[in-house]
Each structure stands twice: as C-alpha cells, then as structure tokens.
Write a protein of this length. Structure first.
Length: 262
C-alpha cells in the first residue's frame, strides 16, 4: 500500500456523523446515511434557515434607547455610547441612594437610656448607640429585666414589692416579726413548750440549748408565735434558711456533730 493509500484510509476512518458521531463514508456530506440521522440533520437545517429568515425580516438588532443598529451581540440592549450613559446614570442613582440612607441613619436617635443624641454614621448602619457608655447602660437594663423578678403583693400588707419568694412578705413586715421574736418572754415560752425533746428537725441532742427557728420562715409569711417556733440545732437552722418544710429535708449526720460517731 502506498503512502497516499494509508492517508486516505486514515481520513476515511476519522470521518464521523454529525448526529450520532459514528463512522460515515468519506463521500457522504455530514451524516452516516441512516434515516434517523438524515431526518435530524434536515430538521436542524430548516430551523437554522427559519431563524435566519426572521432575523432578515426584523433587521439588525437596535438600541433600546436611540433606536439605532448597534452592531453588537443580539442579547445586547444598548449600543456602546448608550450603554456607557446608562451605566453612569445607574452609578449616580446608587450614590444618591447611599447618601440619602446615610443622612437618614444620621438622624436616628440613640437607643440608650436617658440619651437623645444622634447616632451618626461613623461606624456603619448597624450602630444603635451614640457611645459605648450608652451601649453598656442598655445592656445592663436588659440583663436586669431578664434576672429581676416581677413585683408581687406582700402577703401581710398587700404592698407590691420585688420578693425572693412569690409567697413572701415585704421587708417592713419581716422587721416587725423579727422584733417580736427577739422578746425574751416569747423565747422562754418556746423553750418551755418544745425545748425538752432535742432538735425538732433531726432529733439530735442539744447540749447547749440550741436556737429558735421558725417552722414557716418570716420571709415566707410565718408569724412569731409559739405554734410556729421550735428549738433546733445550729446545723439545721443554717441549712434550712428560708425554705419550707416540704422544700427541705434534714441532711444532718452524726459524723459532723462534735462528740458523735467517728
């Protein structure tokens, strides 16, 4: 086989169909000759000719602004000069909007407590306070509102005050009851009635006489009366604090008592 024959054979094997990408005879124009490929090529040619006819009837694409043929791609809306003018106009509009927004933000008052200064635009549009001091003051007020309980009426006098317990009494009523509880005659009556059976809570012996404790605490509305007062040990009195009997249980152990079990 001659050199020309080899080249012809390679060219013939490299010829492919434009539709199915399969091998096609060298003398064929574009397709392999299969009916489906021939029909597909015919439809594509007809569609291309229809698009060309529509473009010829409509004419070259024109600018949307000056209505002159711009000679650019079909998707372009403006010619080069009109496109530059439109872009310049858009930049000017964006600049005006930014200036108006900055001016509006500059008139916004500070949200700090007892402050009527303007926020300004020196630190961006997200700025809410005119200074760090106003920001810290507002955060303190928000934190206090989250942690501070709502006022409730006192059980004794009905005055709305902020209490540690919602079933408690105000400080004035507590002071009155503590004054009554300090009277020596009342303590003597309590010791005479309940002082001979050890600690009321844990039944531990009271070699030093113990202390007087309110079964219902004064801060929870308890009264300084013999029926509400008992003789208890120091450990139970310090651990019970302002709790009710159903909220607290004695945790006393003989290991923590001097002279107890070791």
């Amino acid at each position: 086989m001659t050199r020309g024959g080899v080249v012809s054979a390679l060219e013939e094997t490299r010829a492919t169909c434009s539709e199915c990408l399969g091998e096609r005879p060298r003398d064929a124009r574009a397709t392999c000759g299969a009916p489906l490929c021939v029909e597909s090529a015919r439809l594509q040619t007809a569609a291309r000719r229809a698009r060309e006819a529509v473009r010829a009837a409509v004419g070259p694409p024109r600018c949307y602004r000056c209505d002159q043929p711009h000679g650019r791609e079909a998707w372009a809306r403006y010619c080069e000069w009109c496109a530059e003018e439109v872009e310049e106009s858009r930049r000017a509009d964006r600049k005006k909007e930014a200036e108006a927004r900055r001016e509006l933000e500059g008139r916004r008052p500070c949200r700090g407590p007892k402050c009527s200064h303007l926020v300004g635009v020196s630190r961006g549009p997200a700025r809410l306070y005119c200074s760090d001091a106003c920001s810290r003051a507002a955060e303190y007020i928000r934190k206090r509102a989250r942690t501070k309980p709502d006022p409730v009426p006192c059980r004794r006098c009905g005055t709305p005050v902020v209490l540690k317990f919602r079933d408690g009494v105000c400080r004035s009523c507590q002071n009155v009851q503590r004054t009554v509880a300090r009277r020596v005659t009342l303590q003597r009556k309590v010791r005479a009635a309940h002082g001979g059976a050890g600690c009321f809570h844990c039944a531990a012996p009271l070699p030093e006489g113990g202390v007087i404790d309110h079964v219902r605490p004064i801060s929870r509305g308890g009264l300084s009366q013999v029926a509400n007062m008992r003789v208890v040990c120091v450990l139970c009195n310090s651990s019970k604090k302002d709790q009710l009997m159903d909220e607290w249980s004695p945790q006393r152990s003989l290991r923590n008592v001097p002279g107890g079990l070791s």
